[in-house]
Design a protein. Sequence first.
Length: 474
Amino acid sequence: MSVKAVGGRNAHDFAKLRDHAATVIVAALSSFFAVTLILGVDVMVAAMDPRLIAESGTFKVVLTMVALIFILIALYVGAIVTANTFSTIIAGRTRTIALYRLIGATSARVRARVAGEGLVMGAMGAVLGFALAELLIASFVAFGPGLGWLPAGPSYPLFSPLALAAVAIVALTTWVAAWSGSRRVGAVSPIEATGASVELRAEDAKGRSGRSVWALILIIVGIALLALGVIAGLVTPLALLVSFVGGLLSFTGVAIGAHVVMPPVLRIAGRALGRGPTGRLAAANAVRFRERSARATIGLVIGVTLVTMFAVALASYEQMSLAAFAQDPEMQAQLSETLAITTGIFTGLVGFSAVIAAVGMVNTLSLGVLQRTRELGLLRALGFTGAQVRAMVMAESVQMTLAALGFGLVLGTFYGWVAAQSLLGSQVGLMPPALPWLVLAGVVLFGTVLALGAAVAPARRAIRVSPVAALAVD
């Protein structure tokens, strides 16, 4: 084999690893989170007085169920981020896939190969996350008693069969998400091997009527159930179950229909970029390639919505509970202290899912710049300076982050209020949502840092694009 062939193969392997870096990171984070929660519950139970555990036989079951809820949330976010990552990868490989189709490969075979990549990368990330979680728990058990964090004496477990099950589930979830994200393979025709398009045009994205119809149905049914939950909450706390289903359906509809829902939000956010050529071009790009923009923003929308929802729900729950115990100051003080601790723990747990979503946004933006070499080169050839191209990439990141933050804060506030109202409406009647300003300010600060940090590497890569080399890309 020639040196040139070896070099080309190494470059291809490096490009593949670069494309899947976010998949490995997301799988590692999901596995780390799941295994840490599972082993943490076992350590917490071992640290407690055996008599207390005996008196409350359901204590471990309750803790495990709470942990599983947050694990499922992390897996849900991770699956969406992974599916979006693979959709972006497929968009960048359109011509390569078309060439495979041209020489006789079926879409099912190409799609299976892409999904196989997802399984391999997911397994790698899951094992890495498992190892890091085991190291963390082992360190906590080893040094915890000496630091006063754990009582000395009990034998603390360092392994659980559920942890291995979590690793397997993370790998399988990544495989399923990769299969879902590669669904566009079937739409790639051999003739596209001679073209340069990698993204759906705006009119093609609008024409995905089946997906849009399903999204609309889920949103309408979900909103109806949310309204029913609020009304039924004035009678019974069990209405929370109705609201939960309504929230799940409506938000799934938003995620499925992101290619329709997000462009108007992005257009509003684009007005904050100014009227200069750089800002106007960045704002137009977000709407012109709605599939790419939706993939980049919907993950962050999910993360912001989750954090805001839990924070608003707990703050509203506290406000409503304090109103219910208005005649008992002692109970109010105990309740406030307990809910403050609970809010901190829940916000931290859900915040981990927001980190996973942020990784997805950074990766999608980076892949987008790599796949737009010809476009960026054309802009340079038309007279754009490197500074203007960099400003455009950063403006796109700011626009997407503003849209995701604003939309996520609105959705999270609404869902959080509905949850609290459904649970306690029968005791206090209708009340406005309580806004935890400190948490919301933290979300906005996180989004601002993300907007700037996410664009640094892609912007630096964009200004290194040579006009001649970019226009020569085939």
